[in-house]
Each structure stands twice: as structure tokens, then as C-alpha cells.
Ligand binder design. Sequence first.
Ligand code: FAQ
Length: 355
Amino acid sequence: MYGNDFSAPEDAPGGGLLGEVAAAEAALRAAATRQRGGGPGPDADLEAYFADVIDADQKIEPRDWMPEAYRKTLIRQIAQHAHSEIIGMQPEGNWISRAPSLKRKAILLAKVQDEAGHGLYLYAAAETLGVSRDELVQLLLDGRQKYSSIFNYPTLSWADVGVIGWLVDGAAIVNQVPLCRCSYGPYARAMIRVCKEESFHQRQGYEILHTLAHGTLEQKAMAQDAVDRWWYPSLAMFGPPDGDSTHSARSMAWKIKRFSNDELRQRFVDMCVQQAEILGLTLPDPDLRWNEQCQAYDFTEPDYAELMRVISGEGPCNRQRMEHRRRAHAEGAWVRVAAAAYAAKRSTAREAVAA
Ligand code: FAQ
């Protein structure tokens, strides 16, 4: 059992979420080897060909023609996703020096490094669309691109690290498993590896919380307090409700998104209920109850006005997160200069050998 498969073991039909990742991986391999009939000729209708590829559930690759709006949508989403991974290192990074044991410290350090790696794959995927990582980073630093609302909340206790793994990585997995079947090949491929790693992250958070929830009364209270504070912000990660989602309809038609924000939020709630029961913790929603007719849980929606405030820069930690990122970027300038100088030197040396 892994991560969100907690309630759906791998040997269940379909293999749970990781089963879906494996299926996406197989589909990508099949798409790579399938004959496409050579693509459109010089006079072919490029737009019709693009639509055919999407309809046939094939992948659009960087070399393929694509509508400008499709390219822009992907750059926006992938860049926001990459920025989220990088900014998302801060709330947990805050606890590396205060982890309760050497083992916990080593695990957390590795997890935070994984998030940096995810940012790297995602910036690389965005670069295949004709933008540079430098440009995207600058857009973030100038406040012209977003990152996930969730990382603007503070981590007040060690239990918050557990909850980030359980709920935040859990929500990220629910959102990202369908992205493994995204129509844009480089993004879909990046997501496969990211999901496997996020699944491990979710598991480690769950294990931290399980330990606390079965520890002293104070530890259990600390775990419950963290769940109380993070539950609604985690639900808000899925974005505005479908009626207010500006991009969903088009992104779903292009098969960038496979499910709407509300569908994924519902899936997340349904998954968390049983996991909370096993933890012995309570989800802070008095109206959470099974709806026999819908075969899903009724729940209280997050405060979407709060989501909009956080997205627009008014969350509890927005300023702190951006200040930290700008400082880290400035302090890392010498590394970028040194790396560029080294690359230039190596390329000159290679040219000299070739001459
Ligand atoms: N936060 O029309 P929609 C992680 C914006 S990774 C901030 O519904 P869309 C790993 C949205 O951008 C977490 N902004 O938009 C980790 C748009 O604004 P724009 C990140 C949000 O794109 C774990 C506007 O609202 N994951 O956690 C949010 O169709 C632990 C209208 O919204 C991804 O980025 C929000 N929550 O759907 C790391 C996954 N929600 O651009 C460290 C990929 C909406 O027009 C530790 N992204 N907005 O100015 C997606 O799946 C989608 O972009 C959604 C939003 C679902 C986030």
C-alpha cells in the first residue's frame, strides 16, 4: 500500500492511484511507438490535425504544432506548478533543524530535496514550450505568476509537517495523478515520476501523524490542532468551484485537465475520511456525512473568499514566502554565474578538441 492507496490496496482492481500512474506510463510508451501516419503535410490543416491528436488521446510533443492559447495555458499551469514546488520547500524546510530525531531529520531533508527536484522537472517541461527557466523565475519574483495558496499558511508545530505530508501531498497526488494523462507529453511524463515520489511523501506524513495520534495526550492534541488548521486550506488547493473556474472548460477540452476542480476535491474528501478514522483524528467538519444516493461524502466547502485573498497576496505568509525566495535567489547568484562560466569553459574546450 502506498500513499493515498491506503484505502485501496495495490491488489485492488485497477491498483488504486498508483495503478493509474502505471496505466498512464504504459499509455505514454504506447503513444511513443504508435504510427501517426507521418503527420500533416505542408498543406494540411494544422488545427484539425492537433484536434485529431487530442481526440485520439495521443500526446502533443514540443516539435508539434499547437494553438498559441494551448501553449500559453500550459506555460501558465506548469510554471505555477513549478513555483509551488519551490516555494513549498519553505514551510517544511522550517522544521528541518527542529525535527524530533536524526531519522526524522534525514527523512524530512530528503523530502524537501525531492520538492526541489520536482520544481526542476517542471521548469524543464515548461522550457520545451519555448520559455526559459530564468524568465519564469523572474515572473514569480515580480509577482506576475502564482504559486499554490497552500504554502502561504504557517507551520506552527511538528504535527504540521505530518499534516502537510498527509493532506497537502495527498491533495497534490489526487490532482496530479490525472495529469499523468495530460495531452502534453513532457508534462505528463514529469508527473509520473512526481506522483511516485509524492506518494512516498504522503506516506511519511501519515506515519508522523499516526505516531503522534497514538502518543501522549499532548501529542494527539497537537496532531488534531494541525488537522483543524490545514483541512480547509487543503480543500482550497483544488481551486475555485467549477462555476468560477476560468480555465477548466478549455483545459478539459484540450485534455490538459481530466477532471474538474470540484470532482477532484470530492475524490480527496472521500479518500481522507477513512484515513482520518484510522488515525483516530477528526476532520473539522460537523456536516461531513455519507450520502448514500451520491455514493460520496457531503462536506462543507472551504471559504473561497479566503482562497481569493490568499491568491491575491493577502494570506498569512505571502510576504514572508516571497521575501525569502527573493533573498535565496539573490544569494544564489554567484552559483548561477559560476555554473554558466563552467559551462562556457567546457564548451570552448569541446570546440577546441573538435577543431
Ligand atoms: N492557489 O480556472 P482555475 C504540491 C488560480 S504542488 C493559487 O480553476 P486552473 C506539492 C489559477 O491559477 C501544488 N492559485 O485554474 C508539494 C487561476 O489564476 P490565473 C500545486 C490558484 O489552472 C507538496 C485562477 O485561480 N499544484 O503541493 C489556486 O484551471 C508539499 C482560476 O482558477 C499544481 O499546481 C490555488 N490553490 O486550475 C510541494 C497542480 N487554484 O492563472 C511541497 C497543477 C486556482 O488565471 C510540499 N495545477 N488558482 O491567474 C492545476 O492542476 C491547476 O492549475 C489548478 C487550478 C487545479 C491548481
